[in-house]
Design a protein around this ligand. Structure first.
Ligand SMILES: [Zn+2]
Length: 146
């Protein structure tokens, strides 16, 4: 087994990087959020709501997507709150990534803006993603610049 980012083989750690779950060496862990143990990884996935065998995860940049679309329509956070029949403080927290919207709010946002805020993973696919990193060289260069 080798690091999904640099190919180094040796001790590997699980990390969430740019929304993907990967196995990386200790040098590459800094590019993402370390998930030290299998247990913690499972907790992360299980904390998300699921439908049957599918794990639904919010897109990493959901807050920016919402903000961008809202501003495109010239809505203030207050306008959006009214349209969705939600509290202004909720919209504020969602855009600041202080909280993750629940399923009902996600549905409202998705139908209001006609976008997908979530990505669905089959449980098996989440495991496969550790090995089959979809990162390209370009993505790696972007990560290294940070
Ligand atoms: Zn590495």
């Amino acid at each position: 087994m080798s690091c999904d980012l640099c190919g180094y083989s040796g001790e590997l750690f699980r990390a969430q990087i740019e929304g993907s779950l990967m196995e990386v060496c200790k040098n590459c862990v800094k590019f993402g959020v370390l998930i030290e143990k299998e247990k913690e990884f499972n907790k992360l996935v299980k904390s998300k709501f699921r439908k049957d065998e599918t794990v639904v995860l919010l897109k990493e940049n959901y807050n920016l997507l919402i903000k961008k679309l809202r501003e495109k329509q010239n809505f203030t956070q207050e306008d959006l709150a009214k349209k969705l029949n939600e509290k202004l403080s909720l919209i504020h927290k969602i855009e600041n990534k202080d909280i993750e919207p629940n399923e009902a709010v996600i549905k409202k946002l998705e139908s209001f803006f006609r976008i997908k805020l979530t990505e669905e993973y089959k449980e098996e696919k989440v495991k496969l993603d550790f090995k089959n990193s979809s990162l390209t060289i370009g993505d790696l260069l972007k990560l290294k610049k940070k």
